[in-house]
Write a protein that binds this ligand. Sequence first.
Ligand SMILES: NC(=O)c1ccc[n+]([C@@H]2O[C@H](COP(=O)([O-])OP(=O)(O)OC[C@H]3O[C@@H](n4cnc5c(N)ncnc54)[C@H](OP(=O)(O)O)[C@@H]3O)[C@@H](O)[C@H]2O)c1
Length: 266
Amino acid sequence: MTRTRKGDGQTALVTGASVGIGVDLAECFARDGYDIILAARTESALRAVADRLANTYAIRATPMVADLGAIGGGQRLADAIRKAGLSVDVVVNNAGYGLAGAFSGSDSAGQLGMIDLNDRALVELTHIYWPTMLANKRGGVLNVASTAAFQPGPLMSVYYASKAFVLSFSEALWEEARDTGVKVSCLCPGPTASNFRERAGTGKTRLSRTGPQMSSMSVARMGYDAWQNNKRVEVTGFRNRLTASLVPFLPRTLLLRLVRNLQSPI
Ligand SMILES: NC(=O)c1ccc[n+]([C@@H]2O[C@H](COP(=O)([O-])OP(=O)(O)OC[C@H]3O[C@@H](n4cnc5c(N)ncnc54)[C@H](OP(=O)(O)O)[C@@H]3O)[C@@H](O)[C@H]2O)c1
């Protein structure tokens, strides 16, 4: 007799699923029987992940090359998904990057690109699939923000602001989805082992020396479980939860000084 799994007959689209947290999020869904669409820019890496997940979990895994930082990238990805005859029940908006450093003298394309990928594409994909989720009364959205979402981030200002947007947007959608059967969660990781640090240039900040990074699989598991339980916000790890919970009680000017200090080069 075949055992039915939670995700049988459903498909999860996971963005940023070529490396890092996205790969492990895709694996969490695959393990429960969801078919997976993996999106990112690096085709070879996507193919390798898709093959591994399909073989290990007996699911359908489809790699889709997409630059979601490009304007309209979300719609082009959705068009390609439709052309391939696939549908989407769950959107995992994980693709994102950060850039450390002062706003002054920073590269404009890099700063705006963060908003395009971390926020614009996330809203675009959610907007495309949201009506179907509501009509089907199932599925939902798992958005990856950051502990950066809980306060402004001097010396990494646009990244922190982009993640505050993700948190605010996700919480609002969680409320809008109340009693519909559609689940919404916002995953807020603290420092996590992945390629993020190299691209963001945060490896030489004081923050990077304050403690160990969590593994991307443990972060992904927490995000996946939170989404399955329709938990509004999931901050990973005790230390990160404690810090995030203290933020509202700190005087704003002190908080800004503290974050600036943490984001300063060693
Ligand atoms: N690692 C941390 O410490 C940490 C902490 C808090 C929050 N986060 C968040 O967690 C999420 C995942 O990051 P990660 O740590 O796993 O970083 P990562 O290892 O750098 O992975 C980022 C993923 O996003 C994809 N990506 C980047 N630019 C893209 C684009 N223009 N279009 C489509 N895909 C793109 C990358 O694939 P390609 O390069 O192949 O496109 C990769 O799959 C991000 O939203 C990040 O902000 C990370």
